[in-house]
Each structure stands twice: as C-alpha cells, then as structure tokens.
Design a protein around this ligand. Sequence first.
Ligand SMILES: Nc1ncnc2c1ncn2[C@@H]1O[C@H](COP(=O)(O)OP(=O)(O)O)[C@@H](O)[C@H]1O
Ligand SMILES: [Mg+2]
Length: 440
Amino acid sequence: MNRWRAIWRTTPMRLTLRLVALFVLVSLATFAAAWWQSNKTLLDATETVLEQEIAELSASQQPDGIARAVRAVAATADPDHLILRYDGPNGPVGNYLGPLPPGDLRQAVLEDGGNDIDGTYILRSAEVAGGLLTVGQDADALEELREVFVRVLLFAMLPTALIVLTGGMLIARRAASRSATIEATLARLTAGDWAARLPPFDGPPDDLSRVGAGIDRLAAAQEASVAALRQVSADIAHDLKTPIQRLSVLLDQARTLSPDLAPLDRAGAEIEGIVATFEALLRIAQIEGGGSRARFAPVALGPLAQTMADLYDPAAEESGHRLTLVLRDPATIRGDRTLLGQVIANLLENALRHTPPGPVTVTVEGATLTIADRGPGIPDSERQSVRRRLYRLDRSRSTPGHGLGLSLVDAIVKLHGGTLELSDHDPGLRATVRFDGARL
Ligand SMILES: Nc1ncnc2c1ncn2[C@@H]1O[C@H](COP(=O)(O)OP(=O)(O)O)[C@@H](O)[C@H]1O
Ligand SMILES: [Mg+2]
C-alpha cells in the first residue's frame, strides 16, 4: 500500500497524470466542437423541412385556406412527431393548442394533456395571411445525437484514460524501484560507506542510468581520496611512532640520571600521551582497513556487557556513579569480541569521565546496546563532530583523554555493519549502538 502511495510522488506518475489530464481536456474540447457542429447541421436540416411545410400549408395565402390545410394535415399527423397550428383571425386551429413560447426557430418542451403531447420539439413560426403559422417537429434526433456522443465519449475516452493511467503507474513503479536503489545507495554513501555502488542496470541507457553512473564515479573518486587520506595519516602515525618511542626511552634514561628535574617528569607524561594518541590513531586506521573481519566469531552481547560492567564497577564506585546493567533478550552477533568490548569500555569511560556522579545504565536489548548517563550530554550541533578524530568539547579540555574514544567506537561499529547514534537522554547522553545486520 505504502509502495503505491510512494508511486504517486514520482516524476513518471506526475507526467502520466498531466498527460491523462491533457488527453481528457483535448478529447472533451474535440467532442464539444464535433457535437456543436452536428447539432447545428441537424437543426439547419430540420429548419429547412419545417420551412417547406410552412410554404406548403400557406400556399393559398388565405386564412380560411390555411386553416383548412392545417386541419387536414393535423387530422392524420402523429402529434408525437409533428405539431401544426394556425393562429388565424378566427382563432387557433391545429393539433396543439397549448401555450407557445415566442420566437422564429426554437426548441421548446410542450405539454398537452388532451392530445398526449409531452416532449421536446423544434418549432418554426411564420406570419402568414394575418395569422401565425407554427410547425414543429419532435427533437428526438437531437436527443439521440446527444446520447451517441455521450456513449462514444464513455467508450472511447474513459478506457483510453484508464489504459494510459495503468500503463503510467506500471512505468512509475519500475522507475520508483530504480530511484529507490539510487536513494539506498546515496544513504549508504552519506553514512560513510564509500564502497557502496549502484547495482548494474540491464537496459538501454537513460537519464536514471546516467545519474547512477555519475553517483558511482563520484563514490569511486571519494573512496579513493578517503583511502589515500587514511593511508597518509596511518603512514605519518606509523613513521612518527618509532622516533617518539625512542624519545620516550631517552627521557626515561635522563630521568634516572637526574631524578630531581621536574620538567623531565612533565615531558615524560606528555610523551606518554603522544604515544597513546599515535597508538589509538593507528588502531583506528587498522580497524578501518577492515582486516579484523577475518577474525569475526559469534559474540554473545549479554555476557560481554556483564564482563565489562563488572570490570568498570570499581571505577564507577570510585567516581560516585551508580552502574546498572539491564539485559533484555540479548542477542549473539558475529564480530570481534575484543573490539566489541572496547566499544562498551569507551562509552562507559565517557559516561564516568565526562559526567558528575549519577546513574549510568548499560542496556542490551536484542542486538542493540545503549549506554545512558545523566550528565551534561553533547549539544545537538556537536554530535557529529565528536566522532571525528581528536575532537573534544571545549569543556572537556581539562579531563584526561585524547578525543579518540568515540572515533574508535565509530570505526568498530562500522566494521560490524552497525550504527552509532548519540541522542539526548534528557538530561544526559544516550549512546545507542545497533548491530542488527550482524545478528546471528
Ligand atoms: N557521556 C558524555 N557526556 C558528555 N560529554 C561527552 C560524553 N561522551 C563524550 N563526550 C564529549 O565528547 C568528546 C569526545 O569523546 P571521546 O571521543 O571519547 O574523547 P575523550 O573521552 O578522550 O575526550 C569528549 O571530549 C566529551 O567532550
Ligand atoms: Mg572518551
């Protein structure tokens, strides 16, 4: 049902509707013109007949003669078809003596109980010999003409309009399913899946296939540049890691030589931070490379969440947070247990680090994992940015961390084909991770 409703909102369907409307309009106009023309021809022909009748009846040019002629013809005429009447100096004669609408040539509905006259007539009147001679013919032919036109209209226009409409709907359905695949691919690309491509279209190339090919080319170019960028940052991280580690060892040696030099301690701590950042950056790059998919195995989310909650319980207690675990029919998914544990660890760490003492809830419902706190939350405008590497909110500058926790979570979730959603817990932050695609 929804599918058909969606079809109404497609370009081919709109074009079909416009075409059908145009067809109906043009047909109606053509029929109207044809009807008007036929009606006029019929009326002209009737007028000629009536005028001839008048000429014959008034041949004597005498009121008495005309009255006689009218009486004679009226005696044998069928008033259903022919009306005769002469309003002469000696009063009206004829087969219809009821009221007459004025005019030369006109259509009128006549009724006369005595003569059983009841119908539409075409009347022609003429002044002759000091009286008014009126001859009328029934308008059945006109009515029949109208009926024929209505029938032709119904049997020709309606089926054509219906056929065009049905054809349009079928074409629109086909086009709609094609634009749906384009939309689905665009949605995957927007979500950062640069490997997404349109399924091949086996038909003659058209505007949609050209748009599709354009999207594929754009995605390929973007995929290549994202890969190149990742490679560059991984290379930088990799190349700098060793000299920094060497520097760290040298600093340690310097500290053992002169243990009282406070700046050396601070330099040591800084170097540790730098090493940790590089390691995290490299890990993210590694995960984004997708290599760890080879190690995927069934992971039960319930026990994993239980282990992580147990692990973080002492830390939560120390920071004044109340950690609660809720398991509702937890699913088993295909994935990397260590990396999935890291997702829970990073989200839990954030909930403990970036919020004042309060409740923190870990929920596993099916293949959905939710971690919610009652802290200050993340403003809507920054919920996308915090997934970026090294991005931290201004207020978190003084809390420990490198702004890589959520980037790592995002990379791991994407590796598993899942989604990460940050939303308002009113107050607080709710991180929802869905692994429906990885469910076993
Ligand atoms: N539960 C939370 N409540 C409030 N702010 C948060 C929460 N989790 C993350 N943030 C904000 O998002 C930023 C990025 O988080 P993350 O990538 O884990 O880096 P880090 O924790 O190392 O700062 C944090 O610096 C913090 O400002
Ligand atoms: Mg963090």
